[in-house]
Design a binder for this molecule. Structure first.
Ligand code: URA
Length: 445
């Protein structure tokens, strides 16, 4: 069957066979399918969906379109964690250090931020000197010696996803469950981790707007991983509100360090602990033991110390990072930076936030990029003093905006942020935390 016939079959709601998906992906990676045909097929999949079997086949075809590191390659049991994308999501920096301090090896392949979401690589590289362009050998060596490495995902893993993701981005076909599931899992499965914990976000800053849809996505991805023999887990977490108080690369690194020192914001600290416990459970610990080990890693300072070693191991200059952090804490601004305050236009309660718009505001200040080739300003971002659910008085400071590269954008960014926050009458309330958890033998979900 030719590509046109495959497009027509999906357009008419048909179920694609293994041979058909193989033909499409195989030829596409060789450059034999024009972008307009793949785009048409993506739109047909977006509109008609794919059943579980088709999604599994698509995932396997994408996985085997490039290099695959076999599980077991790193020696001991190795865990990875993946977030579906968020605003203020700096959990990897915290939980990587906690889990490694608990003696479980962490192999973290990360991506860059794009659009409204941040990426772990940009956060890591905002630390003076840090490099994440590790070769597979360097990556494996650091995991063996230190117990953790954070590397950029190279183009040699799942190249089919690279092509498809770029097309989806410009054809309005990103928010499709089978396409998201196969995109994420094909890359994760290529990286050699034995256990994978998925942090699936829901809400105004996430691809999945409702917790129910996020749970369905999580179930599909967990099954894709289990079908490939991996130990899988997932947590469905809230992205209706940014995580923690800071958004922006260095600001998020500072906040991750606060959590490791035991003085981070409550929502972020709780989510980090839950995710770290989940990763330990995937590595075979029982839930009680996992909880106790996470608490001990934090309270003893072992996780904080491991974070410093991780940065040093990846060529980072911890002394300079500490100086930047101290200066910021003492002066409330970066040395050569700009800052403005965003104040409440009225008294009331922050009823909701458009978290995607918050991410875009941070990006507009220089913290993110529109194209993968854009450079970012590590010092740009937002510090929230008030978030959803909190009562505010007219004129009270809601947030501070920072940039070192685009001072001319501060006023407009302030308007953007205000338009992302809905203040109205009502009682203060708590934001919901984790909606559901899927973990082996935990009896949950
Ligand atoms: N992250 C990915 O890698 N792929 C998607 O489709 C969505 C989020």
């Amino acid at each position: 069957m030719g590509i046109v016939e495959i497009i027509k079959k999906k357009r008419d709601g048909g179920v694609l066979s293994e041979a058909e998906i193989h033909e499409w992906i195989g030829k596409m990676v060789k450059g034999e399918v024009p972008d307009y045909q793949s785009s048409a097929l993506l739109m047909a999949i977006f509109l008609k969906g794919m059943d579980r079997e088709e999604t599994k086949i698509l995932n396997m075809e994408m996985l085997h379109s490039g290099d695959v590191v076999a599980p077991g390659t790193f020696g001991d049991f190795v865990v990875d964690k993946h977030s579906t994308g968020g605003v203020g999501d700096k959990t990897t920096l915290v939980i990587g250090a906690i889990v490694a301090a608990c003696g479980v090896k962490v192999a973290k392949m990360s991506g860059r931020g794009l659009g409204h979401t941040g990426g772990t690589l940009d956060k890591m590289e905002s630390i003076p000197g840090v490099r994440c362009d590790l070769s597979t050998d360097e990556f494996a060596e650091k995991i063996k010696t230190l117990g953790i490495a954070i590397a950029g995902q190279t183009g040699s893993f799942a190249p089919a996803d690279k092509i498809l993701y770029a097309l989806r981005d410009v054809t309005g076909t990103v928010e499709s469950l089978p396409l998201i599931a196969s995109s994420i899992m094909s890359k994760k499965l290529a990286c050699g981790a034995d256990g994978i914990l998925l942090d699936v976000k829901y809400g105004s800053g996430a691809f999945m707007k409702t917790p129910e849809d996020a749970l369905e996505l999580a179930r599909v991805m967990v099954k894709l991983g289990e079908d490939c023999g991996r130990i899988m887990g997932a947590m469905i977490t809230n992205m209706d509100v940014p995580l923690g108080a800071n958004v922006g690369n260095l600001l998020e690194v500072f906040e991750a360090m606060d959590v490791l020192e035991g003085r981070g914001p409550k929502d972020l600290t709780e989510e980090c602990k839950e995710l770290a416990e989940g990763m330990l459970i995937l590595a075979g610990k029982d839930p009680k033991e996992a909880k106790a080990q996470v608490e001990e890693a934090l309270s003893s300072g072992k996780a904080y110390e491991l974070f410093g070693r991780l940065i040093t191991e990846q060529a980072g200059r911890v002394g300079e990072l500490e100086e930047l952090r101290t200066y910021f804490k003492e002066h409330g601004i970066f040395e050569n930076g700009y800052r403005i305050e965003v104040c409440a236009p009225a008294s009331g309660v922050i009823r909701r936030m458009d978290t995607e718009k918050v991410g875009l505001t941070s990006s507009f200040l220089g913290a993110g990029r529109e194209k993968l080739t854009d450079t970012i300003d590590p010092e740009a971002g937002i510090h929230f003093r008030k978030k959803t659910g909190e009562a505010v008085r007219e004129g009270e400071v809601l947030a501070e905006l920072f940039t070192s590269s685009r001072p001319e954008n501060l006023e407009k960014a302030s308007e953007m942020l205000l338009s992302a926050m809905e203040i109205g009458a009502g009682e203060a309330f708590e934001n919901p935390g984790t909606y559901a958890t899927i973990l082996p033998n935990s009896g949950k979900v």
